[in-house]
Design a protein around this ligand. Structure first.
Ligand SMILES: Nc1nc2c(ncn2[C@@H]2O[C@H](COP(=O)(O)OP(=O)(O)OP(=O)(O)O)[C@@H](O)[C@H]2O)c(=O)[nH]1
Ligand SMILES: [Mg+2]
Length: 353
């Protein structure tokens, strides 16, 4: 056999590059990345959105007070939660095993109280696009900062009222717009008002509604990167929307201090999977998908926004990637959502918009 052929044969005991060159130390890149990331810390921004009175502000407190944060940040409302009248953000730096996370949760006023709820999504979309705009303005500076502060919303938790029927037209319209702009994780709010059977049926109905109306919530199937992603995300997609309960009070249960809601019949523990799915939401946001949410925000939603804006201001040459959009809108809130349409249009330059 030709000696060259023999050396290429998969059966031959070919020396690996390590054996040929000795130890190179490529794996140490991981340590370098880790050290750098630990020095920089992480920023993560969540927003809660939904109709008035569904427990959004309570959920913000639940997130901060639940086990993972270990301490209660100052500024948390104690006593009855007042109605949220304007959009506001709360930031807390959490440190665990030397890793620093700057978590910002943006609470929003509930919508749906008005007789005419037309365009009730405008302030929310305006805020989300406003953060993209702020980032873009920093990014296009000639002398830009080495680290651009990231206030972009990485995940929007959308509260669905526990009607037990189906998604209301208002929720559908809102979600359709939101999903084109940001990662959305819908949850069934105040899930303690549904029986286990009702919860399950409601979940399936909502999943069906989302599919029918092409509302692509997080984790989006089209962004699964490999088989492992697919397997894990399929399980998550099957459980979304999570049925959550919010609480900001602690109670003693069998000698344990738990976060929960005290009712006449007992205590609903928010961190107990037998009672609600808040732990699944928290784990998705923080433990398993934090970086993925940030990556999709940067690579998909922000990227779409950036392309749309640069096209509008004619800063991009009219090449194959050019997207023909409507004239520049007056305010950031009116900027057409940086949708996957934009991305799609880039891939299909012949299409007219
Ligand atoms: N039964 C039940 N009540 C809840 C839950 N979460 C919050 N609540 C109660 O619902 C009421 C309204 O809660 P908020 O957190 O203020 O609701 P919100 O969505 O922020 O309301 P707006 O600020 O008006 O938009 C409060 O009395 C809460 O204690 C829950 O999961 N189950
Ligand atoms: Mg509120």
């Amino acid at each position: 056999m030709d000696p060259l052929r023999r050396s290429l044969s998969p059966c031959s005991s070919r020396p690996t590059s390590c054996e040929m060159l000795g130890y190179v130390g490529i794996e140490a890149v991981l340590d370098q990345l880790k050290i750098k990331a630990m020095k920089m810390g992480f920023e993560f921004n969540i927003m809660v959105v939904g109709q008035s009175g569904l427990g959004k502000s309570t959920m913000v407190n639940t997130l901060f007070k639940s086990k993972i944060w270990k301490s209660t940040p100052s500024g948390l409302v104690l006593g009855p939660t007042p109605q949220t009248l304007q959009l506001h953000s709360m930031t807390h730096v959490i440190e665990e095993k030397g890793v620093r996370l700057k978590l910002t949760v943006t609470d929003t006023p509930g919508f749906g109280d008005q007789i005419n709820n037309d365009k009730c999504w405008d302030p929310i979309l305006g805020y989300i696009n406003g953060q993209y705009e702020q980032y873009l303005q920093e990014e296009i500076l000639i002398t830009r900062q080495r680290h651009i502060p990231d206030t972009r919303v990485h995940c929007c938790v959308y509260f669905v009222p526990p009607t037990g029927h189906c998604l209301r037209p208002l929720d559908i319209e809102f979600l359709r717009r939101l999903c084109r702009t940001v990662n959305v994780v819908p949850v069934i709010a105040r899930a303690d008002s549904l029986t286990i059977e009702e919860r399950e049926n409601f979940r399936r109905t909502i999943q069906h509604n989302l599919r029918t109306h092409s509302i692509d919530v997080y984790p989006q199937q089209c962004f699964d990167e490999d088989v492992n992603d697919k397997i894990l995300n399929c399980k998550i997609r099957d459980r979304i929307p999570f049925a959550v309960v919010g609480a900001d009070r602690e109670h003693m249960v069998n000698g344990r201090c738990v976060l929960g809601r005290k009712t006449k019949w007992g205590i609903i523990e928010v961190e107990n999977m037998e009672h609600c799915e808040f732990p699944l939401l928290r784990d998705l946001l923080i433990r398993s998908h934090l970086q993925d949410l940030k990556d999709i925000t940067h690579n998909v939603y922000y990227e779409n926004y950036r392309v749309c804006r640069l096209n509008e201001s004619h800063m991009l040459p009219q090449g194959p990637g050019w997207v023909n959009l409507d004239p520049t809108p007056a305010s950031p809130s009116a900027i057409p959502g940086p949708s996957k349409m934009c991305r799609w249009a880039q891939d299909n330059p012949s299409e007219e918009y």
